[in-house]
Write a protein that binds this ligand. Sequence first.
Ligand SMILES: *Cc1c(COP(=O)(O)O)cnc(C)c1O
Length: 401
Amino acid sequence: MRDHLMQTYLRLPVAFERGDGAWLWDSEGRQYLDALSGIAVCGLGHAHPGVTAALQEQAGRLLHTSNVYRIPNQERLGAALCGLAQMDTVFFCNSGAEANEAAIKLARLYGHQRGVQLPTIVTTQGSFHGRTMATLTATGNSKIQQGFEPLVEGFRQVPYNDLAAIEALSNDPNIVAVLVEPVQGEGGVNAPADGYLAGLRAICDRNGWLLMVDEIQTGMGRTGRWFAHQHENILPDVMTLAKGLGNGMPIGACLARGEAAKTLGPGKHGTTFGGNPLACRVGLAVIDAIRQDNLVARAAELGARLLNGFRRQLEGVAGVTDIRGKGLMLGIALDRPCGELVTRALAEGLLINVTSERVIRLLPPLILSDEQADRIVDTVSSLVKDFLAETAAPAGGATAS
Ligand SMILES: *Cc1c(COP(=O)(O)O)cnc(C)c1O
């Protein structure tokens, strides 16, 4: 039957049928510990009772009306998110790419309203912002762009974690915004130096540019703050969310503050499904559950436990070039391509990811127990040691990551 699916993914030969918290069971009844959460989506784990109850209740009441009417659940979720992020307004959509599309349109309109003829958005090398034409152009990875030219105009890229490179663009009158991930996810779990976002905030303020943070992977508590930019005590002008906001229910959001919040008016943007009563009800249940169980602080605590565990077991091991992370976004960089670790982990009943070829990426759910966290450390560490012992180091020795 899979012959009828476009082969956009090289899928692993496993299908899951049921989940409970951090556990998943496949069609043969085998059990797996989930250290990936569907790529940072199921922060509350699988089959969370609060999410399930909200979904069931709302499904029996009302799924969809239209954005031509008021949608109380959307107003409630908008107010809740604005309260958590100190933002003013929200546009709801169905995915991360759509949230970034809204941010890109907002920035362009903001520019045109100020007389900028060719509004340009600065993004960073190694970034990931989505797969639509504008968001793949914003993405700082040529592999994602190749074959889809012509790309969209109005984007410029600079190295990540390099304030001087952005400062150097200050004389370009077309720049209207900087779009940046607080921690690059797909790019290899790259956290910038402390002060990077605050530095960007200052540069944007000096130039009248919008600071737009893509919190699609980092948001909803994952890094140990509700939103990762809050580690630096700054406020962005625009913030995008998706992944963890619905715990598996498709939903995205573009939040804005101040002048940016007033930019998109009637007729300037829209969506049929975005912000429907069901998706917003689930978003509210996700926020309730994170609050009730103090999962933002718990993500910080679990992240430290995992990071310390990996440092104890893997620091100094030849072939391990870096162990890094922020909360429950963790990366272990090796000196060689290590994609096969995903299948090796699967055989051990553990779900992990490898990104940027050489970085093992872990995005476990925020509801992990200490025992589950320790099990992830033990399993991944021994898999890494075995893998490094069995495979050849790259010619020319270890390269930096
Ligand atoms: C996943 C992701 C996106 C794209 O989200 P989709 O829902 O797949 O469109 C954009 N930005 C970041 C940082 C992401 O991690």
